[in-house]
Design a protein around this ligand. Structure first.
Ligand code: ZN
Length: 290
């Protein structure tokens, strides 16, 4: 069984457990005297034992998705908990079906790290909406082969299409490759780049006070599409759109960032102590002329 590029180590362990005919990855770990939870979070002892079992060196066993304090690390990129859903397993039904191969072997299809991010709503390869399944615990949700086995009929029957935009492949590329570039967006930490891009897109489409909590997946994908067209074009393009938003009619008097940019300002100010947000906030301040 091979460890695939872009596959979280938990998915690999889960498929191995299923290939042995065991009921869960946690049980498999118990038999080999390591902890599945520890493996999911890159525990050195658990990684070492798993490397011995699989013959894949620890240096190649990317953890993928790991919990670090209140945050989640995905391939070395740090995300606040609200951008990730560790209690749910998300997957592209077509990737899973294709992954099973001609023998229709569920243990051959594997999870991809980018599916852990809430902002990935569809598969850029298949233009399919990602499906979400809830396990009882994080260990269940990380037990990919278990999730696939439990939900195979639903996965096979699903037909929901969702056309991706340049946003999804961008997120996937940033997560999976060490991007070396001097583009404005690429210099921002990934969480900031994603958060700012899709919120800007939502504000452009729905006005300065969009009800982000009720947007559908398809509306979010459209927001990502509109946002990335601007943010990937560079700083000048971003400033131009911010100027447009700032020139919408509003009450006279001293203007705060939140008055001018509404939800967009509220969103970035909430994370002002996280890396990259100050840069975005100072650009917004500059546009308002503070
Ligand atoms: Zn897919």
């Amino acid at each position: 069984m091979k460890f695939n590029p872009g596959e979280p180590v938990g998915s690999f362990c889960s498929r191995l457990a299923a290939a042995y005919g065991l009921r869960s990855a946690s049980y498999f770990a118990e038999l080999f005297e390591f902890s599945f939870w520890g493996l999911l979070n890159g525990g050195p002892r658990d990684m070492r034992i798993f490397a011995e079992i699989t013959g894949v060196p620890t240096t190649r066993l990317d953890v993928g998705v790991a919990s670090v304090g209140r945050d989640v690390m995905i391939n070395g990129h740090r995300f606040a908990r609200r951008f990730v859903d560790p209690l749910r397993c998300r997957l592209c039904p077509q990737c899973v079906i294709d992954g099973m191969g001609p023998q229709h072997n569920p243990t051959r299809s594997y999870s991809k790290v980018e599916w852990a991010l809430k902002s990935m709503r569809c598969c850029p390869i298949h233009d399919r909406e990602l499906m979400t399944f809830k396990g009882r615990t994080w260990q269940d949700s990380a037990d990919f082969a278990w999730v696939v086995r439990e939900n195979l009929k639903l996965i096979e029957r699903s037909t929901s299409q969702l056309r991706s935009s340049p946003f999804e492949p961008y997120v996937s590329l940033r997560l999976n490759e060490d991007l070396v570039s001097d583009a404005w967006l690429d210099a921002l930490p990934l969480q900031t780049a994603i958060h700012f891009t899709e919120t800007l897109g939502a504000v452009m489409r729905h006005g300065s006070e969009p009800d982000l909590e009720t947007l559908t997946s398809s509306e979010w994908v459209d927001a990502g599409r509109e946002g990335i067209a601007v943010t990937s074009a560079g700083l000048a393009a971003v400033k131009e759109v911010l100027h447009e938003i700032a020139s919408r009619p509003m009450p006279r008097g001293r203007k705060s960032l939140t008055m001018v940019f509404g939800r967009l300002a509220a969103e970035v100010l909430e994370f002002e102590n996280d890396p990259g947000y100050r840069e975005v906030i100072s650009i917004m301040r500059e546009v308002v002329g503070e």
